[in-house]
Every structure is written in C-alpha cells, then in structure tokens.
Design a protein around this ligand. Structure first.
Ligand code: SF4
Length: 519
C-alpha cells in the first residue's frame, strides 16, 4: 500500500511527536490522496460555499486549530487546541458548535455517533447555510442603501454638512435651492429659535428672489447681528460671471462659473418689451443630439435649484431692469433629467414670493423623458411645453437623437396626447436629412391631432461637422407645406449667431472663453 502523502504541517508534527496515537494536525481525508493542505481545504470550502469552515479557518491563529473535512461529514471536525483557546470559535462561529461534546472536550469527534446525530447536524448546517445565503444580500443591500443615503444627504439641495474628525460640524442651508414655502418655513423655525419676532421671516424671504441681495450684508433693513447670523447659517451662493458677450442684434450671452469650476451659459433675448432668458439646467448634456453643440460637450453634472434660479437672480442683481419677462429651459442640458431641481425652480420662478413670472411665460423644452414628462404634466400651473422632435419618423429620429432608442416616437406622441395644454414641436431643418416636402407631410400628420405649433429652426454651426443647414428656399417651402396641411408653423429667426448664442450653439470651451470679451 502506498503511504499517504503528508502536508508540511503533518511532517513537522511527526518530527516533534513520533507518538502516532496523538492526532495529527491534519486529518487524512482520503488515503489515496494523503493529507489535504490547508490551502487546498480552503479552496474546496470556497467552491462548496462553506462559509462556516472559512470563518473557522480565519479564527485559527487566535482560537485553535480546526482540521478535517467539515462538510458534509461533521463528525470529522476536530478542534485540537486547549479549551480556552478554542472558546472563541465556539462563541463566534455558531451556537450549535458550542453544544458539540467533541468541541467541549477539545478532542476528536466521536466516530460512533448514530445516523440521527448526522441527520440533525446536517439539517442544522443546511439551515445555517440557508440563513447565511439569505442574510448576505440583505447585509449587502443595507450597505448599499447606507451609501446611497449618504450620497442623497450630500446631494440634497439646501443642506450642506461638512465635518472632519475632531472638528465641529457646521451646517448651512442653501435657501435659494428651496421653494419659497420651504425657505419661509426653514427661516421661521430658525428665527423662532433665536427669539426673533415672527414678522422677521416676512422681511427676510423677499430678499431671496423678489428684491434680491448679493449678500445678507446688503439687506440694510435687517439688524446687523441678524445679518451676520443669516450669513453664517444661510450663506447666499452666487454665480460668478466669467464672460458677457453682446450680439449685434442685442442678444446677450452670459458664461457663469460655478463653485466647483464647472461653467454654464444663459442667453438673454430682448424683443420689444419682452426679455426672454434661456437658462441651463445641467452643465453639459448626456443625450448627444447630433446637431447640438452642448451634446457634443458631454455631461458634467446636474445643477442645483439655486444654480438654475441663480441665472435669473444674477441678472436682476446686475440690473433690475434686466429682469426677464419670459423663461425658456432651452439652454444647456435636458431639464427633465434633472427633475427635482427643475421642479423646485418652476415653483420659484412662478410663485409671487419667488420671481413672480406667469406660468404661461415659462417654457420647458424636452426631448421627451417620459416618466418625468408625466410629472410635469401633473403640475397644475399652465407652464408651456416644447418638444424637441426634429424628425417625424422613428428611424430618422434615431439617426439624429439617440434618446429615440429609449423613448420612442410613438410613445412620445402617446404621452403628448395626454398633455392637456398646447404643445410646441421644435424642428431643426437639416439639409438633405429632414427638410423634404414628404417629411413635412409626415410631420403634419403628427402635429395635426395635437393641434401643435411647429417651430422651424435653421441649423446653426456647432453640431456634427457633416451636417449642412437647409437653404432658405427649402425652409420656406417646408413651412408653406405645413401650413397647407393646416398646421400652425413659424420659421424662427436666428438670434445671437455672431456670439454663438443661437439655439443649439451653447457650449463651454476654454478657447471660446479666452477669445470672448471679458468684462
Ligand atoms: S438638444 Fe438638448 S437634449 Fe439634445 S444634446 Fe442638446 S441640450 Fe442635450
């Protein structure tokens, strides 16, 4: 008979203790294979998913030496260290292990245990494994949700907590990201805690949006100590103007730097008594429409409510006469992909305590993010909706707008049927792509049931270089065809083309900043 192979541990044991009657560190699992090395046993246990065995092995250094094949034959389990050292295993690993007589005595398990004890132990092990299998994902989920909770807490608008070990925790709230109602409540609670009279909140809230101040120090109608305390608890975050360009047609483009170094643009379009401000809702955009400069820039991050409304606020701070009469969410980014902040912004723009701009003067433009479009549709105010359509068939739209893969044109049209207010369809005319008269007929079929207004826009430079704008004659023919089909259509004039402020041209570039006129 071939002598069984021994692992290093067994050989060492044999050298120091020739007494064969004493148990070896390793139990020969299979005489033909000899001793299983510790590494092999661990690997086998990992393959079997025998977590108990692995935990026990991890405890070896401090709590005793476990050898033998733990599963499925539990009787071969053996703890060979003195009782005191093996106690840690018994208490840490598993309660049923504690009850085993072999462990209590610190000797090998009795071979004469009957089939009943095998079955009981097997069932216990099965139960333990099932429990462990159930618990593992739960624990992991708990961990994920803990991280997600922390992330949400960090991203929650208005609450900024900074803490370092050993340092005091300072909490400041960004009132400008809250809706007027929430800001009033937060202020009222804070003022009550300070023992201020109730009317103070009515003095403070208007300084946020109605008669904004750049810092609390400028609110001279408030007492100096109160201003200092407000500055500490509710600092007013500002956007920094980096460049300001004025077009020959009066359009103004503003490049704002954010706290973290990102930058966004907004465009003011004066026309008679109207001053329309085109605002950004994201830094960059993830959707990559081929004709859009912002899409080519890629996505940087969502803006907070304070940063979106800040574009209006900063304008009023510069000159109250510049206060916009109309707001369009047609700047950088897809507003419905930043719904929480945009939702709060709509309230701030519209409420009398906010900027007090009428709902019908506020237009949200989207490519059609359907779940959030439904939320927008549920708002009771009569905000206007503009949909970036740009193609009347799914195949052509997929070519121009990758979002078509996720929310298809038929789904979008179905959602718009549910929208109770009149919709505007935005349509950029691209030479040889979507400007044929047949395409106009297809577009008319989509617009007719919605009684939608179709805004026809010339293609502006900044998107994919291989795209060419439609000729003026083709654009006029397209518009005429739509009108012949009974669709209200308007061919829009390009504004701010000379300063790259026209539709689809907003893009923050270092080169552009360097060449721009810096105030
Ligand atoms: S058109 Fe709008 S959604 Fe499309 S890439 Fe430009 S900013 Fe994003």
């Amino acid at each position: 008979m071939v002598a069984p192979r021994r692992c290093d541990e067994c050989r060492r044991h044999a050298r120091v203790s020739p007494d064969a009657s004493r148990p070896r560190p390793c139990e020969p699992v299979d005489d033909r294979r000899g001793c299983e090395s510790a590494g092999a046993r661990r690997q086998a246990a990992r393959r079997r998913g025998d977590t108990l065995f692995l935990i026990t092995q991890d405890q070896r250094s401090g709590a005793g030496h476990v050898c033998g094949d733990r599963s499925p034959d539990l009787e071969r389990t053996c703890v060979q260290q003195p009782r005191r050292r093996s106690r840690a295993i018994r208490h840490l690993v598993c309660p049923w292990l504690r009850r085993r007589s072999s462990v209590r005595r610190g000797c090998r398990g009795r071979e004469d245990r009957g089939a009943r004890s095998h079955a009981v132990a097997g069932r216990r092990l099965q139960r333990w494994r099932a429990l462990a299998a159930r618990r593992r994902p739960v624990a992991r989920d708990r961990q994920i949700s803990r991280h997600a909770r922390a992330r949400r807490r960090r991203q929650r608008p208005g609450l900024h907590v900074s803490s370092r070990r050993g340092h005091a925790v300072s909490v400041s709230v960004d009132l400008l990201s809250l809706t007027p109602g929430a800001a009033r409540d937060a202020l009222a609670e804070w003022l009550t805690q300070r023992g201020e009279p109730g009317y103070r909140a009515r003095q403070v809230v208007p300084r946020l949006w109605q008669r904004p101040v750049g810092s609390w120090a400028e609110a001279t109608d408030l007492a100096v100590p109160l201003r200092a305390a407000l500055d500490q608890s509710f600092p007013l975050r500002r956007l920094t103007l980096k460049t300001h360009q004025v077009s020959s047609d009066g359009t103004q483009k503003f490049l704002w730097a954010l706290d973290d170094g990102e930058a966004i643009e907004s465009v003011l379009i004066p026309e008679g008594k109207r001053r329309t401000l085109c605002i950004s809702s994201q830094a960059g955009c993830a959707l990559g429409c081929v004709f859009c400069a912002t899409g080519r820039m890629g996505f940087r991050r969502n803006l907070s409510g304070g940063e979106i409304t800040g574009q209006v606020r900063e304008l009023i701070l510069r000159d109250p006469a510049l206060k916009p009469t109309n707001i369009v969410f047609m700047g950088m980014g897809e507003p419905l992909l930043n719904w929480e902040a945009v939702d709060a912004t709509l309230t701030i723009l519209n409420r009398a305590e906010g900027f007090g701009i009428g709902a019908r003067h506020i237009t949200l433009s989207t490519v059609g993010i359907l779940p959030n479009l439904a939320k927008f549709a549920k708002r009771p105010e009569q905000f206007r909706l503009a949909v970036s359509l740009h193609a009347p068939s799914p195949a052509l739209r997929r070519e121009l707008m990758p979002i078509e893969k996720k929310y298809t044109l038929p789904q979008l049209m179905g959602a718009l049927q549910q929208f109770r207010r009149r919709v505007t369809l935005e349509y950029v005319l691209i030479g040889g792509k979507n400007d044929s008269l047949e395409t106009a007929d297809q577009l008319a079929k989509l617009a007719q049931p919605l009684e939608a207004l179709v805004n026809l826009l010339p293609l502006h430079p900044g998107g994919a270089p291989d795209l060419t704008p439609s000729t003026r004659a083709q654009m006029l023919a397209f518009e005429r065809r739509l009108k012949q089909r009974g669709v209200a259509a308007v061919l829009r004039r390009s504004r701010g083309l000379d300063i790259s402020a026209a539709c689809g041209q907003l893009r923050v570039e270092v080169e552009a900043e360097e060449h721009a006129h810096i105030e």
